[in-house]
Write a protein that binds this ligand. Structure first.
Ligand code: F3S
Length: 640
């Protein structure tokens, strides 16, 4: 009577309990990193003095910041390649594609566990993997052979019936779930898809759904490993990796969501949250300045061929810019060979490198105040690189239709869709994937001037005293805390430099004030730290001396990243308490090393008075805070 999620979790369980709300740890079979988070993960792995990774497979991808307008990115890529070869990690070179698309194509295996330092790692769930996003340090620990700790999740069955109508896509499935459940609807949950509706979804389409499960806040999402999985693996020359996997017929779930695919229509997420979803028809006719087709959500062969078939023989609207980034070199090669690429180019599409690009604000920022329709997964304010850009999230079908008309367009107005045939077997060419040598001992790790050693932090003292340096509202994202984009990302291996951009879009004076005050405390609302797995959103505040965050609730990955960095994440007891606290007042927590072992912590605010805060950390997390962060704990354990 087990769900597939429970089967994989229990077959990998190392310690803890699977009782809801308790902590459990699992063995990690595979890891992935990308360049924006990877340099830090490998610096941390080096700091733990790990000679060779202990996983079955670890892959380092370069896909986020591939623009080389200065030496920094090139230096980072060279460091990543050399450190991978030195420590037994497979390296996917810049140009080979986006980590999640390439991992599906070349490395994902049903039934295995995957931990990735990217929040969209759950894309791998399309293959029946248990794929989880985490901070770079958690991935470094997994590479060092340590188990990954997570709160035992609820498992929710999403029962799919019916089939998608013409012009309705997998993207509309996940947008509909976001409309129903919101960005908080998946916190602490695994979404497991099942039912007769599965049959109309190929693995890349399933990947669109599992990818954006991250926007629901879910721990992960997964599909069974079935005939479609076998077909996909066979197309990759990897049928030997196939193993059929599904839930027991009488599996018990914590919740069930019914979704009739036939009832869906094209959907669109309005600025600036992925759950601001309405039917496309409700906003049809609004002018569109830019369309972007690509990202780890929608950049498969099927996605790009759909776009090519819609644009074939037509021209992109005069006032609209269309850019397209294929998800992998395999996809790019395949659409080049069957003329899909020519159809896109002839239509006026601007073809970009196989990388994240516009999704993470690296190139193709929209015009000021511009409306950008994107097939990506996030539309947070400012993420596009234009502070007031209005990013909408749509399917490939809606994006391509709108690129032709120059206004938001329901693709159902296009007539009959063409049938797209997906190759039974793709050309397999892994020459841009480099495997570590047998003898790694002579490999030199190459560090340019942008690779700075990790700052070292002592454990917290017994008195936590500091000014509330910043008070923010609900739904603060990791993009707010540590913006990405072409200017900031190149500093990702240089904590002192990147910290100067912390909270730049919310309060540019924050870093300077934090340094002047010798550190302090941040106060947040609900869902603090939602968004990416970006570890820098904890490392930068740590560098600036932040000792604690007090919020109404946290996003899972960011909360763990705070703990990993030795920053204490506490909770307010009520909305009223949150409202009482004022920016600028001083909070004191005495006798911290004793208080931290309890579930309530007494604090004194010099203006708001005494307040009881909630401490919901596990024993292990409390010990981590006492030690000054996970790196200190891991080093001690590995040296034992
Ligand atoms: Fe890259 Fe955007 Fe996905 S940054 S990994 S394409 S969410």
């Amino acid at each position: 009577m087990s769900s597939l999620a429970v089967k994989i979790l229990s077959s990998h369980m190392v310690d803890g309990s699977m009782k809801k709300g308790e902590m459990m740890s699992i063995k990690i079979d595979q890891t992935l990193t990308q360049d924006a988070t990877g340099t830090m993960a490998y610096l941390q792995m080096e700091a733990m003095e790990v000679d060779k990774v202990k996983t079955d497979l670890s892959v380092s991808y370069v896909d986020h910041n591939t623009l080389q307008v200065g030496f920094e990115n090139a230096d980072d890529h060279r460091y990543l390649q050399s450190v991978a070869m030195r420590h037994g990690v497979v390296f996917s070179r810049a140009g080979n594609g986006i980590c999640h698309q390439v991992h599906l194509e070349r490395f994902g295996v049903p039934g295995k566990t995957l931990l990735g330092s990217d929040s969209h790692t759950p894309t791998g769930g399309a293959l029946g993997m248990l794929a989880i996003g985490a901070g770079g340090l958690d991935v470094a620990l997994a590479m060092a052979g340590m188990a990954f700790w997570l709160p035992a999740p609820e498992v929710v069955k999403v029962h799919l019936t019916g089939e998608l109508s013409p012009w309705v896509a997998a993207k509309d499935v996940i947008l509909e779930l976001l409309r129903r459940l919101s960005c908080k609807g998946g916190v602490g949950r695994i979404f497991e898809y099942s039912g007769p509706g599965l049959a109309c979804l190929s693995v890349p389409e399933r990947g669109t759904i599992t990818n954006m499960g991250a926007e629901l806040g879910a721990t992960t999402s997964l599909f069974p490993s079935d005939e479609e999985t076998l077909r996909f693996l066979r197309s990759q020359g990897r049928e030997a990796d196939y193993v059929p996997l599904c839930a027991d017929d009488d599996a018990v779930y914590d919740d069930v969501i019914e979704l009739d695919l036939s009832s869906l229509e094209p959907m669109i997420a309005l600025p600036h949250m992925p759950d601001q979803v309405v039917p496309v028809r409700e906003v049809a006719g609004f002018p569109v300045d830019q369309v972007f087709i690509g990202s780890c959500t929608n950049s498969s062969y099927l996605d790009l061929m759909k776009a090519a078939s819609i644009l074939d023989g037509k021209t992109v609207a005069e006032g609209t810019s269309l850019c397209v980034a294929p998800g992998s070199r395999q996809v790019m090669t395949a659409i080049a060979e069957n003329h899909g690429l020519a159809q896109l180019i002839r239509s006026g599409a601007r073809i970009l490198e196989c990388a994240c690009g516009p999704c993470v604000g690296v190139g193709q920022a929209p015009c000021s105040g511009g409306v950008s329709l994107r097939t990506s997964n996030r539309n947070f304010l400012g993420r596009s690189g234009t502070a007031d850009g209005k990013v909408h999230l749509v399917s490939v079908e809606t994006a391509a239709a709108s690129a032709l008309t120059g206004v938001i367009t329901d693709p159902r107005t296009l007539g009959e869709p063409r049938k797209i045939a997906v190759p039974e077997r793709f050309e397999i060419d892994d020459r841009m994937v480099i495997w570590p040598p047998e003898d790694r001992s002579s490999v030199e790790v190459l560090r340019g001037p942008n690779i700075k050693p990790l700052p070292v932090f002592p454990p917290m003292g017994d008195v936590l005293k500091g000014e509330v340096l910043l008070k923010v509202g609900d739904n603060i994202t990791t993009d707010h805390i540590m913006p990405a984009g072409a200017k900031v990302l190149p500093l990702r291996s240089n904590i002192p430099a990147i910290s100067k951009h912390c909270y730049a879009t919310v309060d540019p004076s924050f870093p300077e004030r934090a340094v002047a005050a010798g550190g302090g405390v941040i106060v947040g609302g609900r869902n603090y730290g939602q968004g990416s797995s970006r570890e820098h959103a904890a490392l930068a505040p740590q560098y600036l001396g932040i000792k604690a965050v007090i919020a109404l609730s946290y996003a899972r990955i960011h909360r763990q990243n705070l703990i990993n960095s030795g920053i204490l994440p506490l909770l307010f007891q009520s909305q009223e308490d949150y409202e009482r606290v004022k920016q600028g007042e001083v909070v004191t927590i005495d006798n911290l090393m004793n208080q931290i072992d309890g579930e309530r912590i007494s604090a004194t605010f010099d203006l708001s008075g005494d307040m009881t805060l909630i401490n919901d950390l596990s024993k292990r997390q409390r010990d981590t805070i006492k030690a000054g962060g996970t790196l200190n704990v891991a080093r001690a354990a590995l040296m034992d």
